[in-house]
Design a protein around this ligand. Structure first.
Ligand code: E4P
Length: 217
């Protein structure tokens, strides 16, 4: 399972990268705005800065919602760095854009996916990644993890190569449940990754080992 961090915060990206288990980064316009990154040029520079920190794929989202606009923007983003994955929303022109980029060998991440039907379309269009937003489904009393299971089932039926990128992961249990279901990738905040580390018996055990070691000195 690949671990992506879902942030545009360079310090958090560095921290996750330093752990040695980071496979990539996802961002979106809201995450960019949260870091105060405004204007096309600054946004591009920020993507480049992220690519310099991590080794893996970095999703960069288009703002245009029409086919021509998405192609123009996506090609410019892809030209920034070979780690850039063009993030395209699940809308009609987005499906066309996914197909276009896939035919050009440019990696894509189909974002804002909330149903199995949308995921099926993304795979048919050749998306590299499909991003079902599990946390946002949970927020409206719908089972986000069930969507991951449905997509896994459908993709396995036909051998689709599109990777299931569980997005809108909010906490550690989402990560574990997605791993059980067989999501290919998860993207979440640093806390969802660091939460995997924690167990009180580890802390108690370590404390005891160190205390016993000290007694023998
Ligand atoms: C995915 O690529 C999105 O950036 C993200 O996971 C959205 O998560 P949120 O619902 O926590 O905003």
């Amino acid at each position: 399972m690949k671990f992506f961090i879902d942030t545009a915060n360079l310090e958090q990206i560095k921290e996750a990268q330093a752990l040695g288990i980071l496979d990539g980064v996802t961002t979106n316009p809201s995450l960019m705005a949260k870091e105060g990154i405004n204007g096309e040029e600054n946004v591009k520079k920020h993507y480049q800065a992220i690519c310099e920190i991590v080794d893996g794929d970095v999703s960069a989202e288009v703002i245009a919602t029409d086919f021509e606009g998405m192609i123009k923007e996506g090609e410019a983003l892809a030209a920034l760095h070979d780690q850039i994955v063009v993030k395209i929303p699940m809308i009609k022109d987005g499906v066309k854009a996914l197909k276009y980029f896939s035919s050009k060998g440019i990696k894509t991440n189909c974002t804002l996916v909330f149903s199995a039907g949308q995921a099926l379309l993304a795979a048919k269009a050749g998306a590299t990644y499909v991003s079902p937003f599990i946390g946002r489904l949970d927020d409206i009393s719908t089972d986000g993890l069930n969507l991951i299971s449905e997509i896994r089932h459908i993709y396995d039926n036909y051998g689709f190569e599109t990777e299931i990128l569980a997005a809108s992961v909010r906490h550690t249990m989402h990560v574990i449940d997605c791993a059980k279901i067989g999501a290919d990738v998860m993207t979440g905040p640093l806390s969802s990754i660091e939460g995997l580390l924690k167990h009180p018996l580890t802390d108690i055990g370590l404390e005891k080992f160190l205390a016993d070691h000290k007694k023998n000195q």
